[in-house]
Design a protein around this ligand. Structure first.
Ligand code: AMP
Ligand code: FE
Ligand code: FE
Ligand code: ZN
Length: 287
C-alpha cells in the first residue's frame, strides 16, 4: 500500500502560461519548470483557472506535483494588488462571477487602450488579438507584444516603461475588487490567499488594510520574489514571524515575457505543507 501522498521540493508556486500573459502553453511551462529542477509547481494565471487540466497532466507525466492556483486581480485606490489563490474551487459561483467580470473588463479596457494608442501609433486592435491566445485573460503584456511586433518598442519592458505606463496618456484602469473582497472570495472558494510580490517599489499596502485582509483570512505573503525590496521586505518579515503566517518564494515565470526563470525563488516544504493542509476547494495532483 502506498503511504499518504507526498509532494517533494523544490517548489515554485507562481508561474504563468498563455492562458494569461505568459508566452508558453501550460505543458511548456511545466516542462520549463522540470528542466529547472522543480518537483512541485503551481500554475497561477491571472483571473483564470482554464490552464489547470493541461498543466496537471503535463506535471504528472514529468513526475512533478501540481498545485492548482490563480493570481486574482484586486485594486486599492490607484494601485493593483495581486492575490495568489491556491487550491480554490474553480466552480465556486462567487469567484467565477468575479473572474468573469474582471476578464470582460480587461478586454474592454484593452480595446480602449488600443484606441488611444492608435491615435498616435500604427497599431490596430487586430494586432493585439494576434498576440493573444483565444480565451486568454488579456492584459497590457499582450498590447506590449503587439507594439513589439509592430517594431514600435524593443520588448515588453520598454512598452511598460513608456506607452503602457499608468502615468501615460494611453492608460485605462481595469475593474478589480478591493483587496479585502478578493481575500474573502478566495477563502469562500476554499482557497489559500497569499499576496503576490507584496514589497515592490510601490511600497507596502497601508497597515490597516493589511490588518483587514488578515482578518478576512489572508494566509501569507510571497516574500521570495525578485520585485520585493527593502525596507518593506523587512517589515513584512517581522509581521510574518510575529503572526506565524505563510511565506512563499516563487519565480513569477512568464516564458519569454519576463526575465524571471523557474525556481529563481522557491517555497520551503513546510510552507507548501501548510498551504495544502489549509486549501479545501481543490486538491493537489500528485504524480
Ligand atoms: P495589467 O494587469 O494588464 O495591467 O498588466 C500587468 C501585468 O503586466 C503584470 O501581471 C505583469 O506580469 C506584467 N508586467 C508588468 N510590468 C512588466 C514589465 N516591465 N515587463 C513585462 N511584463 C510586465
Ligand atoms: Fe503577469
Ligand atoms: Fe503579479
Ligand atoms: Zn504573476
Amino acid at each position: 500500500m502506498p503511504g499518504p501522498q507526498r509532494f517533494a521540493g523544490p517548489s515554485d508556486l507562481h508561474l504563468h502560461s498563455v492562458h494569461s500573459d505568459g508566452t508558453e502553453s501550460p505543458a511548456q511551462v511545466m516542462a520549463a519548470a522540470h528542466r529547472h529542477g522543480l518537483r512541485t509547481v503551481a500554475l497561477t494565471d491571472h483571473d483564470t483557472t482554464s490552464g489547470w487540466a493541461e498543466a496537471a497532466e503535463a506535471a504528472s507525466s514529468l513526475d512533478m506535483t501540481f498545485l492548482p492556483g490563480m493570481e486574482l486581480s484586486a485594486r486599492h485606490e490607484w494601485r493593483s494588488v495581486h492575490v495568489l489563490a491556491y487550491l480554490v474551487d474553480p466552480d465556486h459561483a462567487g469567484l467565477r462571477a468575479m473572474t468573469d467580470r474582471i476578464r470582460s473588463s480587461r478586454l474592454d479596457r484593452a480595446r480602449r487602450m488600443a484606441d488611444r494608442i492608435s491615435r498616435d501609433y500604427d497599431l490596430a486592435w487586430e494586432d493585439i488579438v494576434a498576440q493573444t491566445t483565444a480565451g486568454a485573460t488579456v492584459g497590457r503584456p499582450h498590447i506590449a507584444d503587439a507594439l513589439v511586433a509592430r517594431g514600435l518598442v524593443r520588448d515588453r519592458s520598454e512598452a511598460f516603461a513608456g506607452i503602457l505606463s499608468p502615468r501615460g496618456d494611453y492608460y485605462v484602469a481595469l475593474y478589480a475588487p478591493d483587496p479585502v473582497t478578493a481575500v474573502e472570495l478566495v477563502v469562500g472558494a476554499g482557497g489559500v490567499p497569499v499576496i503576490a510580490h507584496p514589497a515592490g517599489r510601490a511600497g507596502l499596502l497601508p497597515a490597516p488594510l493589511l490588518e483587514r485582509m488578515l482578518a478576512a483570512g489572508l494566509a501569507g505573503f510571497e516574500l521570495g520574489h525578485r520585485e520585493n525590496v527593502e525596507p518593506a521586505l523587512r517589515t513584512l518579515r517581522r509581521l510574518v514571524a510575529e503572526r506565524d503566517l505563510i511565506v512563499t518564494g516563487s519565480s513569477d515565470y512568464h516564458g519569454l515575457g519576463k526575465p524571471n526563470r523557474p525556481g529563481e525563488h522557491t517555497t520551503d516544504d513546510a510552507m507548501v505543507e501548510r498551504i495544502i493542509d489549509r486549501g479545501t476547494g481543490s486538491a493537489p495532483v500528485y504524480p
